[in-house]
Design a binder for this molecule. Structure first.
Ligand SMILES: Nc1ncnc2c1ncn2[C@@H]1O[C@H](COP(=O)(O)OP(=O)(O)OP(=O)(O)O)[C@@H](O)[C@H]1O
Ligand SMILES: [Mg+2]
Length: 337
């Protein structure tokens, strides 16, 4: 539309000046009249162009509004009861009973037949190759998805029995991809607990081994975080997201491959600091490294969506082939640790 408009304008201008020149030459018109006429035409044309782009904008706006409306019209297929009114079924922190999930109804199952029980305060390691279902397992725990089969209880209640928001209040989850939001370090840390005090923030930072990062930035807690946290390194981002999960003092802490960008020494310090916390948390450590999970009370070994081994490090070293394979790939038999 725009090229056509400009051609018409320019052709009209040429026509006007050419005819005007002849009329002036013949003495029918004054020069000022031609100039005035040209100016009026230009003004009209400018308004026409604006009108044209307005029509385009309105059309775009309508299309966008329709897209938004379809999103708003979408009904979530998860339902939440108003209040938690069933008594606790057990005194376990977490229990999975025959849990399976396929993301889309026709897809193969991402995890199947998961069975395990976790006592309050235990540390659970989850280990397995890429795509073995580790993230899927923790997503089920936080009810990001509903299990296709089976039952999951958290603190004795079925995850489906919790009113909206109450389950996630109990769980601090550090996602596999460390995401920070634009703002300040403080605004990022207060995400789960808007009224967290200065002291609580520093405590969380200390446990997450992120204290030096904040101290090293001009402005400390009020240092700027750019979009997606791109002014921090991968490891720094990871530690800050761990601190963010710790600030709200959850009952269950999930670290989904949160040590992947940390060096071994920092990883160790982090795990030691978590152990020392007064507020006893049940901790899930998802990792590809045996060194991150070997001190866990119970280790779940996942392979192609199934639990193929369960127990502590020594037990698995004696009984579980998949675990041995992972271990020896990281610590070759000869040459020791
Ligand atoms: N949102 C999704 N929709 C469909 N399939 C998915 C989705 N998320 C994961 N999957 C599938 O589920 C399986 C398990 O994925 P999951 O993310 O749990 O693996 P993982 O053990 O966390 O791997 P990694 O170590 O790479 O993080 C994979 O085969 C994957 O293709
Ligand atoms: Mg994962």
């Amino acid at each position: 539309m725009n090229p056509a408009t400009y051609i018409i304008i320019n052709v009209a201008t040429i026509f006007l000046i050419q005819r005007g020149a002849i009329q002036v030459n013949l003495g029918h018109m004054a020069q000022g009249d031609v100039v005035a006429l040209y100016n009026y035409t230009a003004q009209i044309v400018v308004e026409l162009i604006k009108l044209a782009s307005l029509v385009i904008s309105i059309n775009r706006a309508i299309a966008c509004a329709n897209r938004i409306q379809t999103v708003l019209d979408l009904e979530p297929d998860m339902t939440y009861p108003q209040v938690l009114n069933t008594p606790a079924e057990n005194d376990l922190a977490v229990a999975f009973q025959d849990v399976s999930l396929s993301y889309n109804h026709n897809d193969a199952q991402a995890v199947s037949q998961l069975n395990f029980r976790v006592q309050t305060g235990q540390t659970i390691g989850i280990i397995g190759g890429t795509g073995s279902g580790k993230s899927t397992l923790v997503n089920l725990l936080a009810r990001f998805y509903d299990a296709t089969h089976g039952k999951i209880t958290v603190a004795g209640h079925d995850v489906k029995a919790y009113p909206a928001g109450q389950l996630i209040d109990k769980i601090g989850i550090v996602p596999q991809k460390a995401v920070l939001f634009e703002g300040t370090i403080r605004s990022n840390l207060q995400w789960g607990k808007p009224d967290a005090t200065e002291q609580e923030l520093w405590q969380a930072l200390e446990v997450a081994q992120a204290k030096e990062i904040v101290q090293g930035k001009a402005g400390g807690l009020d240092a700027q975080v750019e979009q997606n946290g791109r002014n921090f390194s991968g490891g720094q981002r990871q530690r800050l997201t761990i601190a963010r999960a710790l600030v709200k003092q959850p009952d269950i802490l999930i670290l989904d491959d949160s040590a992947s960008a940390l060096d071994f020494a920092t990883d160790l310090k982090l795990r030691r600091a978590l152990k020392k916390l007064v507020h006893k948390m049940t901790i899930f450590i998802v990792s590809q490294r045996t060194s991150s999970v070997r001190t866990a009370d119970n280790i779940l070994v996942l392979d192609q969506g199934q639990i193929v081994g369960q127990g502590n490090h020594d037990h698995l070293m004696a009984t579980c082939e998949v675990y041995q394979e992972i271990y020896y790939s990281q610590f070759p038999k000869k040459g020791g640790h």
